[in-house]
Design a binder for this molecule. Structure first.
Ligand SMILES: [Zn+2]
Length: 147
């Protein structure tokens, strides 16, 4: 489900650009899904039953890591769009898990925090709006040229 949410958050960005390319929504989907690999590391096992029965979410399910991982990508690739999409994918995953089960949101400075479900939905909708920011900048620039 996290992968689908990541895909849907970034999908409008691809739909408003021509030609339509699904590489960014698919990147968001992959990143959002890959984050759950930390369950296997925390369980020290490749077994799915071990991975889903860990007592608490590992620190990688946190806002801290949702900022650190994309920052590393930006330093490595110098590509703001990819960095932003990775950030949105990780953040949407962490916020969803925080809204449904609770995660160490401010790892290593906090224990498990569970967000109210309504706040989770609000943040997910707000994240999707951020993907249009770059497009709005282009429209604003175009309107200034028309004056
Ligand atoms: Zn997760």
């Amino acid at each position: 489900m996290d992968g689908i949410i990541g895909f849907l958050i970034v999908l409008p960005y691809s739909l408003i650009n021509r030609p339509i390319k699904l590489k960014f929504p698919l990147l968001a989907m992959a990143v959002a899904m890959l984050l759950d690999l930390d369950h296997f590391a925390a369980a020290h096992s490749f077994s799915i039953s071990d991975a889903i029965s860990i007592e608490a979410y590992p620190g990688t399910h946190s806002l801290t890591m949702a900022v650190i991982f994309p920052s590393i990508i930006y330093v490595w690739k110098h590509n703001f769009r990819v960095t932003w999409i990775v950030f949105l994918a990780l953040l949407s995953h962490v916020i969803r898990d925080a809204g449904l089960w609770g995660v160490p949101l401010f790892f290593p400075f906090s224990s498990t925090i569970k967000l109210p479900y309504g706040l989770y939905l609000l943040v997910i909708l707000a994240l999707q709006q951020t993907i249009f920011y770059e497009r709005r900048q282009h429209v604003r620039h175009f309107l200034q040229l028309c004056k």
